[in-house]
Ligand binder design. Structure first.
Ligand code: FAD
Length: 568
């Protein structure tokens, strides 16, 4: 009214936004004026999580037609491959994190961030229910809020898997988050201080300085190696009086550590640990943990052994977040470890919901159904016999829809199928081939298992984030000009090509400035030079120049002054 009465403001632009509709009207001071063309409402994208998958999605998204809301209890991205280095102060915690607001502030897309955790997903009404960090439902729901979406991207990662082993939650440390790494660092130094106190028995000193690592995967192995270096390069100088009591034990339930790596790497790691005095106990399954003892069952004779310990780091793989578990029940995916998606990362059983990273797994059941259907279609007379030409078409059809099948066919395990394909494609002398579809399906189910088991790694998560952002960036464009394979059930083609994982190799740092690397093409490299490759690759992969400079200066500081052993 004040504006209306002001003589100089004879004409006014009034912009009124109607919630939900986003209607904009232009009028002069008298209220006359033509309605503006209706503004197209931006599609709401909600992203849950700021880890590898969520952050790579946000970094790559550049279509301003979306309004993005990011929800995560962590207001930063953490470079997890360097977490083991944080446990011993080789690298400082703040050097490996980047605020998510700083990452998204550079974007031209409308992105807002809420520091909160999602505690319920309702795919039916397209809503996610959230509460601020550290709040629980007892707060009368006042702090809680609901966010609605057009598209939901679930990138909530996973949580440590304890296999419901009694006493693990209460007595073990995990290595999943930055806070975990900081806690481990404090705890290691604390153990040395406690063991140095007067009037402790020898047994008590030995117990306090017995560090147990459960799980011989890359994280457990890297942590054991880091700890060994920290103890031998820095702590024994400062605590010479307890040096003789220190022991590191690595427990692994399987026959070898680093199972997923080439045999040469596994052998090298086991031998190096033996030389370093790290006690690797293979075939040892943890059955119970009390506040001072860890009990293991030895494979073979089933003997139960109890070992006194001072600190345990539990690193045995990943399990499902309760929110995801509830959501899976809701959409009929109970009894799975992770959310099943199709090859386009769309969650099965609901619309416009995508899942990527550690909380998701690509479900190949549909692929198998398609492949069998392709065969059935080709085998018109149901005889189990196809002509060469028909078989060729079938193979082309499969490979066009599922190009990644070819990658798996190349795997040695699949040689029976490869041979079959070669035979079918190459033998022009025969007019038709005997094809036992059941046999073929059985063989393909091996392919299926291989394809399902994408490793839960940062590499997979970040590639999926980039893939999905590219799909979102070209949603309209690809609607007009689909680039994906032919839809088997419906008409036309898929909008996008399916997600394809490109494995770039894997490192296993083994301590003492030695690293093992398994690179594509089964190329294996182990030793000091590989450690320098590790330094360069990780420095280049860090998310910003700030973190890159910080990490490199941390490495330099460590070389010059050693690691800091203050317990802060
Ligand atoms: P995460 O990176 O775990 O991110 C999950 C996000 O979801 C986080 O931001 C979290 O705060 C958020 N979140 C959790 N709960 C909620 C909720 N209720 N609501 C909203 N948001 C939520 N991989 C490699 O490839 N190479 C390595 O060298 C390597 N080293 C590793 C070392 C360690 C110690 C660890 C723990 C992992 C390592 N990994 C490595 C594995 C890699 O870190 C994971 O595979 C990767 O982080 C998975 O990415 P993600 O985005 O799915 O999950």
């Amino acid at each position: 009214r004040a504006f209306h009465d002001h003589p100089s403001l004879t004409k006014l632009l009034i912009v009124c936004t109607v919630s939900g509709g986003g209607v904009v009207a232009y009028a002069d001071a008298n209220g006359n004026g033509a309605p503006a063309p209706p503004e197209i409402r931006k599609k709401k994208v909600v992203v849950l999580g700021t880890g590898w998958a969520g952050t790579s999605f946000l970094k790559k998204l550049n279509n301003p037609e979306y309004e993005v809301q990011v929800i995560s209890p962590r207001n930063y991205f953490a470079f997890t491959p360097l977490l083991p280095s944080v446990t011993c102060g080789t690298v400082e915690a703040r050097s490996i994190v980047e605020p998510i607001r700083s990452i998204v502030s550079k974007k031209s897309v409308d992105i807002s961030y809420w520091e909160a955790e999602c505690f319920k997903i309702d795919a039916e009404s397209k809503k996610v229910y959230c509460r601020p960090n550290g709040q629980n439902t007892n707060s009368n729901g006042k702090q809680e809020f609901v966010v609605d979406y057009d598209y939901l991207v679930i990138a909530m990662g996973a949580r440590p898997n304890t296999f419901n082993t009694p006493g693990v939650e209460e007595n073990c440390k995990f290595l999943k988050e930055v806070e975990d790494a900081q806690e481990i660092r404090r705890s290691v130094i604390d153990s040395f201080e406690r063991a140095s106190l007067p009037n402790l028995s020898k047994e008590e000193k030995e117990r306090i300085l017995h560090f147990v690592v459960v799980g011989g995967g890359p994280t457990g192995v890297e942590f054991a190696a880091e700890l060994h270096d920290f103890v031998n390069e820095d702590l024994v100088r400062l605590y010479p009086m307890v040096r003789e009591f220190v022991k590191i034990t690595l427990l692994e339930a399987a026959d070898h550590i680093l199972n997923m790596f080439d045999k040469r790497i596994t052998n090298f790691a086991e031998e190096k640990f033996k030389r370093d005095g790290i006690d690797v106990k293979l075939g040892s399954m943890v059955v119970k943990v009390s506040d001072k003892e860890i009990s293991t069952k030895v494979r073979g004779n089933g003997e139960i052994k109890s070992i006194p310990y001072g600190m345990i780091v539990w690193s045995t793989g990943i399990g499902t977040h309760p929110v995801i578990r509830d959501f899976m029940k809701q959409i009929g995916q109970a009894n799975r470890r992770a959310l099943a998606t199709d090859e386009w990362l769309r969650v099965e059983g609901c619309n416009n919901v995508y899942a990527l990273g550690d909380c998701a797994t690509i479900n190949q059941r549909k692929v198998m159904e398609d492949i069998s259907a392709i065969f059935k279609k080709a085998d018109k007379d149901n005889s189990g016999t196809l002509t060469i030409k028909e078989f060729q078409e079938v193979i082309d059809d499969i490979l066009e829809r599922y190009p990644q099948v070819e990658i798996y066919l190349k795997n040695k395990k699949m040689s029976n199928i490869v041979d079959l394909l070669k035979e079918a494609k190459g033998d022009v002398a025969k007019e038709s081939i005997e094809l036992n579809i059941e046999e073929f399906k059985k063989a393909l189910s091996e392919v299926d298992t291989q394809m399902k088991n994408l490793p839960a790694t940062a590499q997979v998560a970040s590639q999926q984030g980039v893939y999905l952002a590219n799909c979102f960036n070209r949603m309209e464009e690809a609607e007009q000009n689909p680039e994906g394979p032919i839809r088997f059930r419906g008409e036309g083609r898929h909008r996008f090509r399916p997600f394809r994982y490109r494995h770039l190799g894997q490192f296993a740092p083994l301590g003492g400035e030695q690293t093992a690397a398994q690179l594509p093409g089964d190329w294996v490299s182990i030793g000091h030079s590989t450690q320098w490759l590790w330094y360069s690759v990780y420095a280049s992969k860090l998310v910003s120049w700030r973190t890159r400079v910080l990490v490199i200066s941390d490495w330099t500081r460590r070389f010059v002054f050693g690691r800091d052993s203050s317990r802060i």
